[in-house]
Ligand binder design. Structure first.
Ligand SMILES: [Zn+2]
Length: 93
C-alpha cells in the first residue's frame, strides 16, 4: 500500500495561463507543494478548483495527474501532449 499522505510524483503543473511551461510537481517551490498537499488532503470541496493558489502569490494549473485525489480536487488544464485521455503515464508499480 502506498502512504495515503504522499502525492504521486507523476502529477504535473504549470504556471496559470502557461500550460506549455509544465513541470513535475516536485520541481515547484516547497511552499507550493505544501499548498497542493493541503488542498488535496484537506477538506473535500463541493466543486473542483480551477487553479492552485499559494500564499506566496503563485498560481498553478494542474496539467495532468494520475492521482485520483488531485483529479477530484482540481480541473486539469491539458498541456500540448494531451490528446483526450489518461493512461499513458509511468506505469511502474
Ligand atoms: Zn508557493
Amino acid at each position: 500500500m502506498r502512504k495515503r499522505s504522499a502525492l504521486r510524483p507523476d502529477t504535473t503543473v504549470a504556471p496559470a495561463g502557461e500550460p506549455h511551461r509544465e513541470v513535475y510537481v516536485r520541481e515547484i517551490p516547497t511552499c507550493c507543494i505544501r499548498s497542493l498537499k493541503e488542498a488535496v488532503l484537506g477538506t473535500v470541496q463541493d466543486r473542483r478548483s480551477l487553479a492552485l493558489g499559494c500564499s506566496c502569490g503563485r498560481e498553478w494549473w494542474i496539467t495532468s495527474s494520475l492521482d485520483e485525489r488531485v483529479l477530484e480536487r482540481f480541473v486539469t488544464h491539458g498541456g500540448p501532449r494531451v490528446n483526450g485521455g489518461f493512461g499513458d503515464g509511468p506505469s511502474a508499480a
